[in-house]
Design a protein around this ligand. Structure first.
Ligand code: FAD
Length: 468
């Protein structure tokens, strides 16, 4: 049986640069990918990345450093990022972006910026391509393809790693995979788990992040296989409680927690005409607060991260849709989809939402007074354009949504997977979301701190950390 130098599990954000860089150093690389195509979450991701000290920054006169990136990320995350992992990341992130640009990546006009989608950095180090993460995949693909064609990388699609193989001393010596030809074993000197997160696996979610109900929009292959395999070797999995939801979404299919869909609630992109009430029918936040962190945390503090978005016929007819659909399709959802409620009266709406009638009436009456006086004494909402008074009345049952998963494998600064005693498991490495979003971004959304560490750590392992 062939003994590979490196077996890479996954051909996504971390796995692609890893395989390329290891092949460039002459390694015999086997890459197993469960999907029928390469790219992983790059097919889904917004592709927003960040680094300090890049050539791009210097070319537009931005003076930045890894130390600044470290401080700024911990400021936004309130010191909740794993400092060892963050240090390794910020020290190598600029090299990643310089390399992506060397192989053809073109930043979107106007980038880098300080902030967009998440709390702003203190300087302009946040960028993306014009086609979300596809812009990154499209520059990695030809380089990867070249190595696959020349035999430097042996790529096996539809090969799902199911087990890590060890010798008598517990050192990893290979993997077992389920393939179109049945179960197959592969032997290697190094095994790298680059198999992504677990936001598509509701059982693992309930196990690692039990306090926040799952509503995810993610790659269906993010099933947490890396965690499931590593735990059998006593690997330490932690940070499942380092979670913050994104603001906000709903379940397209009420029976499937991974069928999350986003609602367009950013006040920068669309005026917020509606009010938000809690499960008791009371307003609980400033609906159009400019800080995304404020909005995410306000929702996260609600039981079940749940809220109801309340409006009337006047708002439904005049405001832009809250889904990505056109106005007709959006309006047609109400009364038909279980999360989109329609009622003839406020009292009926309250009953359908199972909130106390008196509370909902009071919330709407107070809000209407705020509209009349142009001053929202209770919550400070700024956009007070229209009373909620014209039947029918509507609500969307919304909740916190996620694209990432917080728990992950503990690693040292060489990205060796650690066991529960804090000792490296011999020959086993990990990169990407399998480390946990809670490790790379803490319990906050720091711009680019899931995708950029995945790419950076993949590159770093292939380029330097692995030996054979
Ligand atoms: C909608 C969306 C938007 C996002 N936007 C951003 C953003 O703007 N910025 C940011 O920083 N982060 C963002 N993220 C998160 C970021 O994209 C991911 O965390 C990152 O791409 C994960 O990289 P990865 O290499 O760990 O996993 P992936 O890219 O998912 O790669 C893992 C690969 O492993 C394969 N695999 C899984 N199990 C096995 C197995 N058992 N055997 C073999 N192969 C297996 C998968 O099929 C996949 O191809 C976003 C995520 C989503 C879903």
């Amino acid at each position: 049986m062939k003994n590979w130098d490196v077996i890479v599990i996954g051909a996504g954000s971390a796995g692609l640069p890893l395989a390329i860089k290891a092949a460039e150093r002459g390694a015999k690389v086997l890459q197993l990918e469960a999907d029928y195509r390469i790219g992983g979450t790059l097919h889904w991701s917004s592709g927003q990345i960040s680094a300090a000290g890049t050539r791009l920054q210097r070319s537009v006169g931005i003076d930045d450093s890894p130390d600044e990136h470290f401080r700024d990320a911990q400021r936004i995350a309130k010191d909740s990022i794993d400092p060892i992992v963050l240090r390794t990341f910020v020290d190598h992130a600029a090299g990643l972006i310089d390399w992506l640009m060397d192989i053809g990546f073109q930043p979107a006009p106007g980038t880098p910026v300080a902030g967009e989608a998440h709390e702003a950095y203190s300087t302009r180090r946040y960028l993306w391509g014009t086609r979300q993460a596809i812009s990154i995949l499209e520059v990695l693909r030809p380089v990867h393809e070249k190595w696959v064609k020349s035999g430097g990388i042996e790529l096996r699609l539809q090969h799902r790693m199911t087990e890590l193989l060890t010798d008598a001393r517990g050192a990893v010596i290979g993997v077992k995979a389920s393939t179109p030809n049945g179960e197959v074993e592969f032997r290697g000197k190094n095994v790298v788990l680059a198999s992504g997160g677990y936001a598509a696996n509701s059982e693992l979610w309930a196990k690692h992040t039990p306090k926040a109900p799952l509503c995810s929009y993610t790659n269906p292959y993010s099933r947490g296989d890396g965690l499931t395999a590593a735990v059998t070797l006593d690997a330490r999995i932690d940070r499942g409680d380092y979670f913050l939801n994104t603001f906000a979404g709903y379940h397209e299919d009420a029976t499937d927690p991974t069928s999350g869909r986003f609602l367009l609630l950013s006040p920068g992109a669309r005026k917020v005409w509606e009010i938000f009430v809690d499960r008791r029918g009371r307003r609980f936040m400033q609906e159009d607060h400019p800080s995304i962190d404020y909005r995410e945390r306000a929702l996260f503090s609600q039981p079940g991260t749940a809220m109801h978005i309340v409006m009337d016929e006047g708002i439904l007819q005049n405001a832009a849709p809250l889904t990505l659909e056109d106005a007709a399709a959006y309006r047609a959802r109400f009364g038909r989809h279980p999360a989109f409620i329609k009622a003839r009266t406020i009292d009926e709406l309250a009953r359908k939402l199972e909130v106390p009638v008196g509370n909902l009436r009071k919330s709407i009456a107070q809000y209407n007074r705020a509209v009349d006086t142009e001053h929202d004494r209770e919550h400070g909402k700024q956009f007070l354009i229209r009373r909620i008074e014209k039947a029918p009345f509507y609500a969307i049952k919304a909740q916190g949504i996620t694209v990432v998963s917080p728990a992950g494998l503990a690693v040292d600064k060489q990205l060796r997977v650690l066991n529960r005693a804090g000792k490296p498991i011999k020959n086993l490495y990990a990169a990407g979301e399998v480390l946990g979003f809670g490790r790379t971004s803490g319990n906050a959304y720091v711009g680019g701190l899931s995708l950029t560490p995945a790419l950076t750590f993949g590159k770093l392992l292939g380029e330097k950390l692995l030996s054979w």
